[in-house]
Write a protein that binds this ligand. Structure first.
Ligand code: FES
Length: 147
């Protein structure tokens, strides 16, 4: 059985060819989260101009699900305001908890619906979103510039 049989094709595509998996020369906000069950770490960083996240990237390694989720996150929140990004984080958290219908604002997350059969993988999907939440709420520009 291949990953494509378990997960949506968009998940497999993002997982195998992650978008925006790179380091920012200058991150205004940044935070790392680790998955306690496996030890994998993902850092999400963003360049912020005014209130807008003008560039969003991630670093780190993990499983196909975590890479796909981080990759999709970067494409979904780039160009959003901090407040809009926080709203998307909340919607993604709710979606990964329940795995019902994907949020209307992020229909691509439906690619993760197969996680309903693999509850432990929900933490993999949430990893980058939790890192972004930390970056948006807790990481001050001063702290981020030191990392
Ligand atoms: Fe480590 Fe999924 S197994 S992030």
């Amino acid at each position: 059985m291949s990953a494509g049989d378990l997960y949506g094709p968009e998940l497999v595509d993002h997982g195998n060819q992650p978008r925006n998996k790179r380091k920012l020369a200058r991150a205004d906000i940044s935070a790392m989260r680790s998955n306690a069950s496996c030890g994998d770490e993902v850092r999400v960083s963003a360049a912020v101009t005014g209130e807008k996240l003008v560039d969003v990237v991630f670093e780190g390694d993990g499983c196909l699900v975590s890479l796909a989720s981080a990759s999709m996150l970067t494409t979904l929140v780039k160009g959003k305001s901090r407040e809009e990004a926080l709203t998307l984080v909340g919607q993604a958290r709710t979606y990964f908890d329940k795995l019902g219908d994907a949020p209307a604002s992020m229909p691509g997350l439906a690619a993760f619906s197969g996680l309903s059969r693999f509850p432990v993988r929900r933490a993999c999907a949430r990893l980058a979103w939790e890192a972004l939440a930390n970056a948006l709420v807790e990481a001050s520009p001063t702290a981020a510039s030191r990392t």
